[in-house]
Write a protein that binds this ligand. Structure first.
Ligand SMILES: [Fe+2]
Length: 370
C-alpha cells in the first residue's frame, strides 16, 4: 500500500470537435496571446478558427516558436505579451509551442528573464496567467505537466522550468488537430508517449493509479501508432494515440520518468536530434539495463499485454524506420564524455530510474548504443 498525491489540469476537454468547446470556457479578461509555431497553425487555418470561436475576445499572435524552443524565444514572447498587456495565454502546437506558452504564462507577472528561474535566482511565486493548452501532436504530454523543457542556448543544454503552478488550467485535446501530422513526427511523438508510459510505469515513484494509466497507454500505442504512421487520416488511430498520450502524460506528470529521459536530453541537444527519436532508440537499451530491478513489475505488465515488452518496442521501432542505435552518427569518445558531463543524476528524470544511475552506469549504456 502506497500513499500518493495527484496533480491534474482543472478541466480536460477530450474528443472529436472538442475545439469548439473553447466558446464555453469562462476565460478571465478580454485580451489573450496565442503562442504557436511558425507555419502549422497558419497553414491549417487553425488561428482563424480559434479567433472565430473566441470572437468576443481580442487575440494577439506570437508564432515564432522553433521546433526546440529556446530561452531567447520564451523571453521574446513574454516581453511581447507584457507589452500587449494580456489577460490569458493559449498554447497551440506540439511540445515546444506548449512549453513556450506555459513558460510565458508562468513568468508573465514577475518580469524576470526565464534564465533567472532556470539559474535558480528567482522562483515562480505569483499565480500564472490563465493558460489553455491545445496540443496538435500526440506525444509530449506537455498539456498536463508542470514543467516546460527549454533549450538554454549559452549552456548548450535542455533544461526544465518546473513549478506545480505551471500545470495548464484547461486542456483541449481534439484528435482532428493531429490529422495533418507527417509520418516522421507521428512516429517520434508517438514513441515519446510510449517512453512516458513505460518509464512512468517502472518509476520508483509510480503508484497503482499511474500504473493503470501507463499500462493502458502502452497497449493503445502498440495497437495504433503504426496505423497512424501509415495512414495519418485514420481518425480512430489518431483518437487512440491522442488518448494514449494524455494517459501517459498524466502518468508521468505524477510518477516521474527515468533514465531514458535523463540520458536523452543531452544527446538530443548535442546531436540536434528530435526528442522522440532519441528516446525511441534508447528505450530498449535502458529497459534491458533495468531488467534486474523491474523483474516483478515487468512480468505482470507483460502478462497483461500478452507480449514481450522489449521485443515489441524493437519491432515497432523497425516498422517506424527508427535506427537500432546511434552508430551512424559517428560519435567520438570525447563527445560521449561531453554528453555525460551535461547529465543531471540527482534531480529530474534520472532520479526516478529503478536503478540508481551514475556516470559509470550511463557510460556502460552509451558504449553499447554509440
Ligand atoms: Fe518525452
Amino acid at each position: 500500500m502506497k500513499n500518493f498525491t495527484l496533480f491534474f489540469p482543472e478541466k480536460i476537454f477530450f474528443g472529436i470537435k472538442k475545439l469548439n468547446d473553447l466558446k464555453n470556457i469562462q476565460i478571465p479578461g478580454y485580451k489573450g496571446i496565442l503562442i504557436t509555431g511558425k507555419n502549422f497553425a497558419i497553414k491549417t487555418g487553425l488561428i482563424k478558427k480559434i479567433k472565430y470561436i473566441l470572437s468576443d475576445k481580442k487575440i494577439v499572435l506570437f508564432n515564432e516558436v522553433e521546433p526546440e524552443v529556446s530561452v531567447e524565444t520564451v523571453d521574446k514572447a513574454a516581453s511581447f505579451a507584457r507589452q500587449e498587456n494580456i489577460d490569458f495565454v493559449i498554447g497551440l502546437g506540439g511540445g515546444s509551442a506548449l512549453d513556450c506558452a506555459k513558460s510565458v504564462a508562468g513568468i508573465y507577472k514577475e518580469k524576470y528573464s526565464v534564465k533567472d528561474y532556470l539559474d535558480n535566482k528567482v522562483k515562480i511565486n505569483k499565480e500564472p496567467l490563465f493558460f489553455i493548452a491545445i496540443p496538435t501532436t500526440a506525444g509530449t504530454g506537455s498539456e498536463v505537466t508542470k514543467n516546460a523543457v527549454l533549450k538554454y542556448t549559452e549552456k548548450n543544454i535542455k533544461i526544465s522550468l518546473r513549478s506545480e503552478k505551471l500545470i495548464p488550467k484547461i486542456v483541449i485535446a481534439d484528435p482532428e488537430l493531429t490529422l495533418t501530422m507527417p509520418p516522421d513526427i507521428t512516429a517520434y511523438t508517438g514513441m515519446d508517449a510510449l517512453c512516458h508510459a513505460v518509464e512512468s510505469y517502472f518509476s520508483i515513484s509510480a503508484n497503482s493509479f499511474t500504473q493503470i494509466l501507463a499500462k493502458n497507454a502502452i497497449k493503445l500505442i502498440f495497437d495504433n501508432l503504426y496505423i497512424a504512421y501509415k495512414n495519418g487520416k485514420n481518425i480512430i488511430a489518431r483518437y487512440n494515440m491522442l488518448y494514449a498520450s494524455l494517459l501517459a502524460g498524466i502518468s508521468f506528470a505524477n510518477a516521474g520518468l527515468g533514465a531514458v529521459h535523463g540520458i536523452s536530453h543531452p544527446i538530443g541537444a548535442v546531436l540536434n536530434l528530435q526528442h522522440g527519436l532519441v528516446n525511441a532508440i534508447l528505450l530498449p537499451f535502458v529497459l534491458d539495463f533495468n531488467k534486474k530491478a523491474i523483474k516483478k513489475d515487468l512480468k505482470i505488465l507483460e502478462s497483461n499485454l500478452n507480449c514481450s515488452l522489449i521485443q515489441n518496442i524493437k519491432n515497432l521501432n523497425k516498422k517506424l524506420k527508427i535506427p537500432e542505435n546511434f552508430k551512424l552518427y559517428n560519435v567520438s569518445k570525447e563527445k560521449i564524455d561531453y554528453i555525460i558531463s551535461k547529465m543531471e543524476f540527482k534531480t529530474g528524470s534520472m532520479s526516478y530510474n529503478p536503478i540508481k544511475m551514475d556516470e559509470y552506469k550511463v557510460r556502460k549504456i552509451l558504449y553499447r548504443i554509440f
